[in-house]
Design a protein around this ligand. Sequence first.
Ligand code: SF4
Length: 122
Amino acid sequence: MGYREELTRQLRNSARAAIRRYLRENGAGLLNTLYSEQPIRVHVTPGVTVDGRIDLIKRLDDSAASQREVINERLLLDIRDKILDAGDALRENRLPRKSQWCDTCARCDLVGLCRDNPTVAP
Ligand code: SF4
């Protein structure tokens, strides 16, 4: 078997294993999936547009109802204010680094550029 065929076989096996793992861990909830990978674009205010993608939108069953947050005018205004603050910070290049390692750093895509990761052995 050539290199290309071997690579294809390995990638196919990895993809199948990933799908099996996903179905094992999430299969029971698949029927509640409404949308996946939905692009969104929200014009918050002139000069600020939030552009992104929602990974997964699921219909919640009654047991999850208590985890929902009621969307009301106050919540929407608070979120809009946070987005406006973030837009101002970007325009003013006011993006200070976290003073120390934290959960946000642990999830940050830029950690490799920003600082040493204390959870990874050198
Ligand atoms: S690792 Fe990410 S979240 Fe943490 S300080 Fe750097 S840029 Fe900010």
